[in-house]
Design a protein around this ligand. Sequence first.
Ligand code: C2E
Ligand code: CA
Ligand code: CA
Length: 277
Amino acid sequence: AGGNRLHIFSDDLRVQVRERLDAEARLREALAGDLVETLPIWFQPIVSAETGGITGAEALVRMRTPSGRILGPGHFIAAAEETGLIVPLGEHVLRRAVRQLLEWGDRLGYMSVNVSPRQLAEADFVPMLANLLAAHPHLDPSRLVIEITETALLGFSVDVRERLEMIKALGVRIALDDFGTGYSSLTWLQSVPADVVKLDRSFVAGLSGDPRKASIIEAVLWLARSLGMSVVAEGVEDPADWQALRGLDCPSCQGYLFGKPVPAAEFGQVLRRAVEQ
Ligand code: C2E
Ligand code: CA
Ligand code: CA
């Protein structure tokens, strides 16, 4: 590049930059459109490990492109976080999730919603949540669960712990997502007023054939119980792993074995069928 400067710009990097810009452009377009159409929320069941019956759901955002293709969050969440577009996106997810929770009434115990660190760092987040709950006085706030990952604690100047205490004061429950994969899971347990631990699927998949995994899960279950927290095992795909989790008295499971994320209409049908049975 002249002088003693050398620029290395590989094809790989070029592809990455292009994909990143595409993601951002698509996201801006989606957010400018009819959000219900462009950013549909899908729902995955969370079940009682004992009975397999649906107790809750996790709201998982998707993107519908102008050509009708459905994209998973892997295609746009990172870009949303980097640009701050996660703030309006996340508010949309929360509103839709609460709306579905109200619509499904008694058929669904609770709704779990992912909230990114960037959203939590916004001064407006807690007031927005409080307003949403105030608009639905009949909704028991403990039926709403906010899922956060350990990275929420890092890199932000706001006191995340204080913010989580405010969320709890509203009656909303807090879940530690992807538990066990971060760098300081025990600090996390100690410092955050959480109600639920979501055990990452890397500990769960293949559990039945791996005594080390079983020991780790057993210890986390024990720890959570003594702290008064509940546990959801994520990524349960294999019936043998389910049986192993039941054997360890794990309270709840989530995974393809019980159901993949599906659109709201389809999830509503699953709930209706469950009630009829
Ligand atoms: P997550 O919060 O850990 O959500 C669980 C992910 O695991 C979902 O992927 C789900 O489809 C997938 N999964 C569930 N059961 C199984 C299983 O048995 N096997 C395997 N292999 N995978 C399973 P999805 O929907 O692609 O979401 C990926 C991630 O994107 C989520 O991971 C979450 O971190 C993020 N995300 C999704 N929706 C939102 C949102 O509304 N806001 C924010 N901030 N992040 C979101
Ligand atoms: Ca989650
Ligand atoms: Ca997770």
